[in-house]
Design a protein around this ligand. Sequence first.
Ligand SMILES: NC(=O)c1ccc[n+]([C@@H]2O[C@H](COP(=O)([O-])OP(=O)(O)OC[C@H]3O[C@@H](n4cnc5c(N)ncnc54)[C@H](OP(=O)(O)O)[C@@H]3O)[C@@H](O)[C@H]2O)c1
Length: 272
Amino acid sequence: MAQALLLPLIEAKKIAPENIFAVVKNTASVKRLKSELPNGLNLVTADDSNAFKAWQSAIVLLSVKPQQFSEVIDQAKQIVFPKEFSSLLVSLVAGQSLSKLQESFPHHFSTRAVPNAPAFVRAGLTGISWSKTIKAEQKSLVKDLFNPVSEVLELPESQLDAFLALTSSGPAYVALVSEALADGAVSVGLPRHLANHLAHRTIAGTAALLNEKDMHPGQLKDMVASPAGTTIAALRKLEKSALRSALIEAVVAAFERSQELSDLSRQGGNSK
Ligand SMILES: NC(=O)c1ccc[n+]([C@@H]2O[C@H](COP(=O)([O-])OP(=O)(O)OC[C@H]3O[C@@H](n4cnc5c(N)ncnc54)[C@H](OP(=O)(O)O)[C@@H]3O)[C@@H](O)[C@H]2O)c1
């Protein structure tokens, strides 16, 4: 995710690779990433003697998995910060609240951001919540980080788990639907590659239509389903299989899991 955000900024020359100080966990990742990332970008493992430089950057982008978070807190505790030091920390880590971030990284102004995978093709959505003390110019710096790859929505922290349950986990639900639609088409004779392509394009085209015409989904469904036609026959099957209920429950389950991760982190537990 960190790469999805940084590479477009490097491409647009908004930031020079030399000014990026990236830290990963494993030596193997350094080797792999050196061949993938632009020349000049600084890249070390967390146990490298230069890793402290990342912590002292003007913006720290924290993009580790939730279960790696506590290790990162321990690493940050080893850093000696100059007197009066304060910089920005942008956390992408699911389920880590602003108060937990502020408590864990007292030398930084913390911000929580929830991006989603379509950011890889610059079609993402990012929800951001700010800590109370953040300054206007810091907000604008953070938005500049996400704007090239996503629509940015500023939200109260109380809405971030719901945002995540729909938008951040959402690409997995849609991918599953796309795969199943293609399986259906293969079942009735289309070659796999064509079926996959058609399923992706049907989903992308439908989303564009709903979005651009600001259409209610029910209106589009009624428009496509003609009396005694093929679509209404298919819709009957979907209702019988409770597709809508399954999707509603999926979003609720992701929301509940995100809240559970936040509770675990508040209690200092291990978020698996
Ligand atoms: N991927 C998504 O679609 C998505 C969407 C929304 C939000 N997010 C959030 O973004 C965060 C990152 O997700 P991701 O998919 O980008 O994860 P990822 O691909 O697994 O990247 C995590 C990175 O953290 C590094 N790392 C792990 N432990 C570390 C440590 N102790 N010190 C320094 N670096 C360490 C890893 O290094 P190694 O490579 O050496 O292990 C790896 O480069 C997660 O919290 C996730 O919830 C992701």
